[in-house]
Design a protein around this ligand. Structure first.
Ligand code: NAD
Length: 469
């Protein structure tokens, strides 16, 4: 089956003259036309969501969870079609930590939201009084998502919100509407009308939904810049916010670490989804004693990984998802080169593969202060920075506005001591970026606030309500 004959794709695309042309990220050829919803469509979606909310909430946890389990089974059954849409639209290869992995994550996370228990908590009890904390629906939740893991990130927002009795209006990135509309189409085969609506508009529609008076909560994943806009608009509607913003995750390799044992995990920590991942390793600090070995092994891995179109079964690295990101990555590497950094492997586009392919790149002999180190590259490039003093490198790792994730590599006991001194939402030891639907995930500082996943994630899409007797 090719994506061109997909019935799922047919169900979500519109006629040429009504839609936004969506290019195949690898080739630039048009894969389909996404609907372009207007502010009027948004108003209708929010009104529908508002009307459906009381009935959805009244079903109660068990019935909602059962419908979500059916939706998860549908997403699982449609997984191959969904994966092919993601592979084409976003660009990530079908295999490895790619489009099939993303499609599978969707049904896993929906099931987790359905199955996670959340009982009322007794917060105070005495002879003559008892106070219970319940978690009740907020109302209508806006789910605004980015283009890098389009379907999975949308599900992270949608599934817990639905489980907790809210209805949802989901606004995908204008770069990747089809992946999100596809997963919504599959879920909606089992959900009542109005409970979940996809609105595939542009940034203006995003701003209109975030500031809408009938929106009670905004789940936002995207850039820090847009996150700030949403905080401002929440001054008007007082919508609660969960903000999952950008990251510039540091990794620290301790002295004496067995490099061969960690090289592949380091590589995929940085290059998952061709580097276009919020919590990817984006700057790697390596102790002088193992620096050359780390650079050599990462470079060998980078130059040997098959790079190609998402639909090619052999690819494990794909293109940059869009021209804007391709230009950001190209400029950051060119700037590093002009500063005298050493491009050990890569450092150039691969135009013979398609317009936005960039070779996996390892940059050595580079320092803090270079934009490639200080800014989020969001692409297949890893700067590797030499250090000698542990206190100094911890300060450098913490010297960033972004604080989503970080990792420490080496002896687990030593690594844990360092982990305790790192400022970030998550610190991984001898791994980077591994996520689990039961383990809370979120950033601090400029990476945003609020937690997703597990019971913490359910509480974040509910209103706490105290009942005291
Ligand atoms: P972006 O902020 O440009 O867009 C994200 C979404 O917001 C899109 O749907 C967009 O249409 C919408 N939008 C734009 N302006 C808006 C406004 N004023 N109000 C409301 N919505 C608006 O981000 P992007 O370029 O799509 O994604 C890349 C960024 O996302 C990177 O910085 C990356 O690190 C971050 N990201 C973070 C996480 C995380 O969990 N922390 C995960 C993935 C991506």
């Amino acid at each position: 089956m090719t994506a061109q004959t997909s019935t799922l794709l047919d169900a979500i695309t519109v006629a040429t003259d009504q839609g936004r042309a969506i290019p195949d990220a690898a080739t630039g050829e048009i894969m389909g036309y996404a609907p372009v919803h207007t502010i009027a469509d948004l108003e209708a979606a929010i009104a529908g969501a508002k009307a459906a909310q009381a009935g959805w909430a009244a079903l109660g946890h068990e019935e909602r969870s059962e419908l979500l389990r059916r939706a998860a089974a549908e997403v699982e059954a449609g997984g191959e079609e969904l994966a092919r849409i993601i592979a084409q639209e976003q660009g990530k290869p079908l295999n490895g930590l790619g489009a099939r992995f993303e499609a599978a994550g969707c049904h896993v996370w929906i099931r987790s939201a359905a199955d996670t228990p959340l009982e009322p908590e007794v917060v105070f009890e005495a002879e003559d009084t008892r106070s219970e904390l319940h978690y009740v629906p907020l109302g209508v939740v806006a789910a605004i998502s980015p283009w890098n893991w389009p379907a999975l990130i949308a599900i992270w927002q949608i599934a817990p919100a639905l489980r907790m009795g809210n209805t949802v209006v989901a606004k995908p990135s204008e770069y990747t509407p089809l992946s999100v509309l596809a997963v919504i189409e599959l879920m909606n085969r089992h959900l009542p009308e109005g409970v979940l609506t996809g609105i595939a508009g542009d940034r203006e529609v995003g701003a209109a939904i975030a500031g809408h008076p009938s929106i009670d909560k905004v789940m936002f994943t995207g850039s820090t810049k847009t996150g700030r806009e949403i905080v401002k608009s929440s001054a008007n509607n007082l919508a609660r916010l969960t903000l999952e913003l950008g990251g510039n995750d540091a990794g620290i390799v301790l002295p004496g670490t067995d490099v061969t044992g960690i090289a592949e995990k380091l590589f995929w920590g940085a290059f998952i989804n061709t580097g276009q991942t919020c919590a990817a390793l984006k700057r790697l600090y390596v102790h002088d004693s193992v620096y050359d070995e780390v650079v050599d092994q990462l470079s060998a891995l980078a130059s040997s990984m098959p790079l190609g179109p998402g639909l090619n079964e052999d690819s494990v690295l794909g293109p940059l998802s869009n021209k804007q990101q391709f230009d950001i990555v190209t400029n950051l590497v060119d700037d590093a080169r002009s500063r005298g950094a050493r491009i050990v492997t890569g450092g150039e586009a691969a135009p013979e593969l398609g317009p936005h392919f960039y070779r996996a790149t390892i940059v050595a002999d580079i320092e803090d202060g270079a934009p490639l180190v200080d800014e989020e590259q969001f692409g297949p490039v890893l700067p590797v920075i030499r250090y000698t003093d542990l206190d100094d490198v911890i300060a450098r790792a913490n010297n960033s506005e972004q604080a989503l994730g970080a990792s420490v590599w080496g002896d687990p006991a030593e690594a844990r001591k360092v982990a305790e001194r790192i400022e970030s939402g998550t610190v991984w030891i001898n791994q980077h970026g591994t996520l689990n639907p039961m383990v809370p995930f979120g950033g601090v500082k400029g990476s945003g606030y609020g937690l997703e996943f597990g019971a913490h994630g359910l509480k974040a899409v509910a209103a706490p309500k105290v009942i005291t007797t």
